[in-house]
Write a protein that binds this ligand. Structure first.
Ligand code: 8YV
Length: 329
């Protein structure tokens, strides 16, 4: 393309990334570290050649409809793209890209941290000390007992890049790996992970001790873990979610936890973020994190680099490497 494209970035990004963007593009940044309002987003989309949004921007069909004729690329800073109506964008000949792979390991690390933290009551123990200003009764044979990780059955919902990275870690901790996915993964990978494929999510749920949600949020995965399915899980099973809140019916999960029909939960994502249901805050056996599984300095820089590559390749008139193809195509 002739001249520099107008690139509008909706959120504050790492300094080094913004500096590089300022060199390469006619870049406009959001100086406030807050999501843009709907109107500001609409104004940005009316004007820009490239929009760089994040998970906190809801780019629905009505915003895409109103996009200006110059908008040709939505280069999401993030892997999940459930905040963008990709189908509507592609119909308007707007390319959508994301930043896959670079946050796989960080997200899997945090998933593993939750898989350990919930059964071992890590957060609860830490809170006891902190809330009592360091006063505790001293070691006891029966106090703060959690449950052993090794030998338990982990069920991974969604065996993509992150699911597989979780499986690798889980095996090292002696967990038996089970998974449900649209299709089984390649048999070599399956063997390497020692993973058992379950065609039926329901049947897997009945067997496992810990469920890790690692699939994207799509219309097909919305509330995949619903009231009926929670009811067939073991009453002492744990649910860990570092994917998207919408994959789990949060109300049903809370009710099951309140009624003691589940052992606990580790949640990094929620339905209706950034709102946190106050009932969750009252549950001892729930570890809550503020959507921070991919939050590492290294990861954020690599995400920014992916965004830069996608924009530059698009500027060269080529197809950006991380194009998101809607399911219908
Ligand atoms: C990102 C995420 O940081 O990439 C994702 O899908 O959920 C996050 O961890 C966020 O999406 C940034 O847009």
């Amino acid at each position: 393309m002739a001249g520099k494209p107008l690139v509008i970035v909706t959120r504050k990004l790492p300094e080094a990334i913004e500096a590089r963007m300022a060199e390469l593009f006619d870049a406009r940044f959001n100086r406030l570290d807050e999501p843009m309002s709907h109107d500001d987003l609409a104004a940005a989309m009316a004007e820009a050649d490239v929009l760089v949004p994040t998970v906190t921007d809801r780019i629905g069909p009505e915003l895409i409809e109103k996009a200006g004729p110059r908008l040709k690329l939505i280069a999401q800073f993030g892997t999940g793209i459930d905040n963008i109506d990709v189908e509507a964008a592609v119909k308007r000949k707007i390319t959508v890209t994301n930043t896959p792979s670079v946050l796989t390991e960080d997200t899997a690390d945090m998933t593993m941290a939750l898989i350990l933290a919930v059964p071992r009551r890590l957060n609860e123990g830490a809170r006891r000390l902190r809330n009592n200003r360091g006063v505790w009764p001293g070691w006891s044979p029966t106090w703060m007992l959690g449950h052993r990780i090794g030998g338990k059955k982990l069920g991974i919902l969604g065996m993509g890049r992150i699911g597989q990275a979780v499986a690798h870690r889980a095996r090292a901790f002696g967990l038996e790996v089970h998974y449900h996915n649209r299709n089984p993964v390649n048999s070599v990978i399956e063997k390497e992970l020692g993973a058992t494929y379950w065609d039926s999510f329901d049947r897997m749920l009945r067997e496992i001790d810990i469920l890790s949600v690692n699939c994207p949020h799509t219309p097909a995965t919305y509330h995949l873990l619903n009231e009926r399915r929670i009811a067939i899980m073991k009453p002492d099973a744990y649910v860990v979610n570092t994917a998207r809140g919408e994959v789990v019916d949060q109300d049903a999960l809370i009710t099951a936890l309140e009624e003691g029909r589940l052992g606990g939960a580790g949640l990094d994502v929620f339905e209706r973020e950034p709102a946190i249901d106050p009932r969750l805050l009252k549950l001892e056996n729930v570890v809550l994190l503020p959507h921070m599984s991919s939050a590492t300095v290294e990861g954020r820089l690599e995400m920014g680099e992916r965004v830069l590559i996608n924009i530059r390749v698009w500027m060269d008139g080529e197809k950006p490497p991380d194009r998101v193809i809607p399911a219908i195509l």
